[in-house]
Design a protein around this ligand. Structure first.
Ligand SMILES: [Zn+2]
Length: 154
């Protein structure tokens, strides 16, 4: 017996995400950014100015940048006693979202995968989340990434 998978599932997933998805900001670390104030000492690979106010003498800097991506956001409940709703009924990889949990589903692209792998925080609806678990999904080819998030304690 052969199992045939529909070949257009990626298109359908993309269309749904475009229609009901919303923008999520992934804050990522970009490392190895050259300092704009001082010069590099090629021998030490450090700044020629150990007291540079911008890089503190390291020359190479790490910065945080925001990467905005369209995501399908799953909320695991919206308030006291809420156990239903369209979003809640979406099962995510690894089981049901815990109450209060959040998962985002984004398209699988090289850029999105890079952002996920270098993610520090996720900003969803103005709230800051930490990455909990990452799952790659798609048949026969990976076409989406699901990231479960937990809210950051302030
Ligand atoms: Zn510098």
């Amino acid at each position: 017996m052969s199992i045939f998978w529909p070949t257009n599932t990626t298109d359908i997933t993309d269309e749904i995400r475009e229609a009901i998805g919303r923008n999520v900001t992934i804050l990522i670390t970009a490392s190895g950014i050259p300092c704009t104030t001082c010069n590099l000492n090629p021998v030490s690979n450090l700044s020629t100015n150990p007291f540079c106010p911008e890089c503190e003498g390291f020359y190479w800097k790490n910065t945080t940048s925001g990467y905005v991506v369209k995501a399908h956001v799953y909320m695991g409940g919206f308030g006291m006693g809420f156990t239903g709703g369209l979003d809640f009924q979406n099962r995510v990889a690894g089981g049901w979202l815990p109450f209060g949990g959040v998962a985002v589903q984004i398209k699988y692209t090289t850029e999105n995968e890079y952002a996920v792998k270098h993610a520090i925080h996720y900003i969803v609806d103005g709230r800051t989340f930490l990455q909990d678990d990452v799952t790659y999904l798609g048949v026969p080819n990976i076409n989406r990434i699901i990231i479960t998030l937990k809210e950051q304690d302030n």
